[in-house]
Ligand binder design. Sequence first.
Ligand code: PA5
Length: 478
Amino acid sequence: MAYKTKDWRNSMRVTVDYNYMMSKSLGDKGITDTELRQIKDKAQEAFDYVAANRGRDDLYMGWTELPYNQEAIVNDIIATAKEVRKKFKYFVVLGIGGSALGPIMAFNALKHLHYNELPQKLRGGPKFYVEDNVDPVRMQALLDVIEPEKTCFNVISKSGATSETMTQFLIISDILQKKGVNLPDNMIFTTDASRGNLIKIDEKFGGKFKKYVLPDGVGGRFSELCPVGLLPAAVLGIDIKGMLAGAAYMDSLCSKPNIAKNPALACAALQYISMKQGKNIHVLMPYSDNLKLMADWYCQLWAESLGKAVDYAGNTVNAGTTPVKSLGVTDQHSQVQLYIEGPFDKVITFISVGKYATPMPIAHGCEDIPDVGFLGGHTMQELIQAENKATAYALMRAGRMNYTINLPEVNAFTLGQLMFLLEMQTAYTGAMLNINTFNQPGVENGKKATFALLGKKGYEEKKAEIDSAPALDDKYIV
Ligand code: PA5
């Protein structure tokens, strides 16, 4: 299906500018063309690995095909979303991690920044909340502002065994049932096709829940472009076909094994080289409040994918760099001092926007006070863009590696591109590190320890192990 015209798509192309990573700008603090040439074979291998394994469920690489294989699902989601928008006053996602960060990121990126506060007429759809924690105060706060019987709850969990999500589910189910609500009328499940506890719960209700499948080969953090993200987005009135078309477009831009022609491979190569040079912190700094939560989503993608103890050869590698979320210009007044003068241990990735949804003119005034008067007659868009450029330049002058991902504007198509670019970059970097990018043994261990501490059957051994850990010593508690 063609999405808008070719010229329009080209005008919305997301690009990467890595001049300020290179020695031409940074001198001996930068990457040389020779170093880029030396990484060519590794980049080629990473490209080949990803290309050869695209779509493989057993390797959790099903996400690469999501832009292409969901036509029927997308149509079904759009129809369901239409009903939900008509019937419900609130839409609440119950989930955590990969099941929550994507939906909330897309909401933040593509909807009004004060969406829930808008009058219904302007909002056009239900109020929207994502419960990605088990903080009791937060749950109470949600219950204080929604009317559960007028709410559609989208329970998102591949396993249906995640304590956080299932806790949210139990609390909400109890409330709904006490109000006489038939759960399938107010709940939609997004889960595994045939396994997992949500399937068992559905069976108890005679298969009456509306269900969407979280495909086998798609891990939580790579799931925003499957029903996990598409249903909430469609309920919000987001152009989900545009998001998928953007992802497909970026995929086409990443079809060559050449760093100079493949933006995701270029980013991966730069990250890999800088990692080997001791840059172990990776800051993502969007200059857009709409993309603020993109940094949250990305931190999970990068951290869970690359933070691995061993490589495929069985060597202990303790791989990964620490992702840090930052926001321009807000964090110029908080973190940038450290980035410019602190240790040389960071790579900063900016996300810049060419055209904001509104430029917001700055009024004239205070002409007699030059420090203030010079602002009048400009726009806030000019100011934020100037500050973005100035910060990148100042970092470069201080010998700090940084590069910029440019979005012509923030819309469904460019967001789809950005997500796919970051996913591909992560997959390529993992391949260069020769690690399993798509599992999360550390997270699973934490889940098991929680089961043990709460006395779940079958975790007695784990509980005994935790109990036998050295007792906490009072002398270290002040
Ligand atoms: O990226 C991941 O795989 C995790 O963050 C999961 O999404 C998260 O742990 C929730 O798991 P589940 O979907 O099984 O409830």
